[in-house]
Design a protein around this ligand. Structure first.
Ligand code: G6P
Length: 589
């Protein structure tokens, strides 16, 4: 959500800025802009829509020679997506870009208006620029500090001052990574934005201000210099190319066998140390979006096979609820990015209550990874498509292993076939993914529909939630998932002739019950599609997946639903990797 990059001391900063913005596109945005600076002037160029529009505008503009620049992709919060609201914003001597939300922008603006300061945009960011400029005399850091005393909210700022040749960077709740090299210094919301220019970096912490010049980077906290430990990016991290694939979503689905293998190898050796949950009496699983739906599968598995009481809750609710903890509560936070604002707030709430926190997270340098008590890393690598696929599968995989290990520790499961079958998963997922033609045939039958429902019970219901979310996110078809038994308490009134109903049927104990619900819908005209691990005749269409141990079964079902959503979205001509209004990394609440 919003992407930031700044460059200083590099030849051709424009190229680096635009390249960086493209690598941040995945975060979601609706306008973009950049500012260039030399010793005498600052030039700002902005445009609405795709970065290609900004590129076109830049190439049509006579650019100033510059050694310094900042750029931004904006996901509108305060004010519509328009050129005037796009970043950078300038007030007096200050030009800045911002990721986050200034919660008391209205109050600050009223105060500044009284001081005779005028505004051109509807944004909270322009208010921040005006406030820093208001305090600015000669000392940039002092002006920033004074402004921060007034500001309530979240931010990552890159700030230029008209009479300074340095770039200032600071953050709270939104990440910033600083890249260093002997051919320029860089700062961005994500390492992928600068990985093609340098692999040496450090993470800026809250409360620090980085001052970048062409030949050095200084970091200060409370007026004192901070020594930062320079890290080196792994060879594979930051590789976010699309390769031979038409879309990132497809590439990332196709990577699922590989990342399952990688994750299994990385966690198998310490399975019993990380997964012995029996010291706790209750578990809270907290996350947002697909990560929460992965958590729903974890809840089902822990309840069903380890008789463990589990609450699974969306983080935006959890953080504001009256949660009843006891000392034997474990809070599991799940997140691909590790930067989702609500999930981080939920973790901090748990820590404030002195209960243990465990993060299942992909980005190892993220806030969630750094602040949680314990971590299990999934090895998804960079995930670029806004709608998560491979990271979700890995979250489910880790939860399956956790649940299995807990069931073993509690003496409820005795055989080790899960681990044997886990080794076979990459091959089995590949088989599922290789049947793309079947999913295309089903997609052809349903892609022009306005509504598609999913049903399931227990774990199948949790799977349905993700299948439905994936479909609506990328294809814009209205879709809902229902507990199969609930269908007739209202929703069945929406079933009409030819409307697709997708039933997930992988649990033998409950199969007949869900089938009865499917039958009810079929007899009212629904186009019935069955996804199962056993052949079930008499329905309109069928997706058959290999049968595996119940702990692992969801991992073979969801890839079909992901591919189905992908094919449907492709047939509808949707912007698959960057669906409208969505952001990959939701860094504001
Ligand atoms: C956004 C993404 C989803 C993701 C959710 C949680 O809504 O579009 O794909 O599931 O955020 O993100 P996280 O990084 O915390 O897993």
């Amino acid at each position: 959500m919003c992407g930031i990059i700044g460059v200083i001391g590099k030849e051709d900063p424009v190229h680096a800025l635009l390249d960086g913005l493209k690598n941040l596109e995945y975060r979601g945005y609706d306008s973009a802009g950049l500012a260039l600076k030399n010793y005498y002037q600052i030039q700002v160029i902005k445009s609405v829509g795709k970065i290609a529009n900004l590129e076109e505008k830049v190439s049509d503009t006579s650019l100033i020679p510059a050694f310094l620049g900042i750029a931004h992709t904006r996901w509108a919060t305060h004010g519509s997506p328009s050129e005037v609201n796009a970043h950078p914003h300038t007030s007096g001597k200050v030009t800045l870009v911002h990721n986050g939300i200034i919660e008391n922008a209205k109050e600050i603006k009223e105060r500044l208006v009284q001081e005779g300061i005028s505004f051109v945009s509807d944004t909270d960011t322009e208010v921040a620029a005006a406030l820093i400029n208001f305090y600015y005399e000669k000392d940039a850091i002092q002006a920033i500090d004074l402004a921060l005393n007034d500001i309530v909210g979240s931010y990552a700022f890159l700030i230029l001052f008209a009479d300074s040749n340095q770039l200032y960077a600071l953050r709270k709740d939104s990440p910033l990574v600083v890249g260093v090299s002997d051919h320029g210094n860089f700062v961005a919301s994500d390492i992928v934005a600068i990985a093609s220019w340098t692999r040496q970096y450090f993470l800026l912490e809250e409360g620090e201000i980085a001052v970048l010049s062409d030949s050095r980077v200084d970091v200060f906290r409370d007026g004192k210099t901070v020594e930062k430990n320079i890290l080196t990016l792994d060879q594979n991290d930051g590789d976010s190319s699309k390769g031979q694939y038409e879309h990132y979503m497809l590439k990332e689905i196709m990577e699922e066998p590989m990342v399952i293998e990688k994750t299994l190898n990385s966690i198998l050796d310490h399975l019993d140390t990380f997964s012995d949950l029996t010291q706790y009496e209750q578990i809270h699983i907290v996350a947002c979006g697909s990560a929460m739906y992965a958590g729903m599968i974890g809840k089902s598995l822990l309840e069903e096979y380890a008789s463990f009481p589990v609450i699974c809750e969306v983080a935006s609710e959890y953080r504001y609820k009256n949660i009843l903890y006891d000392r034997k509560t474990l809070v599991i936070l799940i997140s691909q990015s590790g930067e989702t604002a609500d999930t981080i707030a939920a973790m901090r709430k748990a820590k404030d209550a002195s209960v243990d926190t465990l993060a299942i997270v992909n980005v190892k340098t993220s806030t969630l990874a750094r602040e949680s008590d314990r971590q299990i890393f999934i090895e998804a690598g960079p995930e670029v498509a806004v709608a998560t696929t491979k990271a979700y599968i890995l979250q489910v995989f880790v939860l399956a292993l956790l649940s299995y290990q807990t069931a073993v520790s509690k003496g409820m499961v005795h055989d080790s076939s899960v681990l044997v079958e886990a080794r076979k998963l990459p091959q089995m997922i590949s088989e599922v993914l290789n049947r793309r033609d079947e999913y295309i045939k089903i997609a052809e039958k349903i892609y022009s529909q306005e509504n598609i429902f999913f049903i399931g019970r227990k774990i199948d219901y949790a799977i349905s939630l993700e299948g439905s979310l994936k479909l609506k996110e990328v294809s814009y078809i209205h879709s809902e998932a229902y507990q199969a038994g609930e269908l007739k308490h209202g929703t069945i009134s929406l079933i009409h002739e030819g409307m697709p109903l997708i039933a997930i049927l992988t649990q033998e104990d409950i199969l007949k019950k869900t089938l009865a619900n499917l039958e009810e819908a079929k007899s009212r005209g629904a186009m019935t599609i069955v996804v199962s691990n056993q052949s079930i005749p008499f329905y309109d269409m069928e997706i058959l997946v290999p049968k595996v141990n119940a702990f692992l079964q969801p991992i073979l079902v969801v890839p079909c639903l992901q591919l189905l959503a992908y094919e449907v979205a492709k047939m509808r001509g949707c912007d698959i990797d960057k669906p409208r209004n969505l952001a990959k990394s939701v860094t504001v609440e």
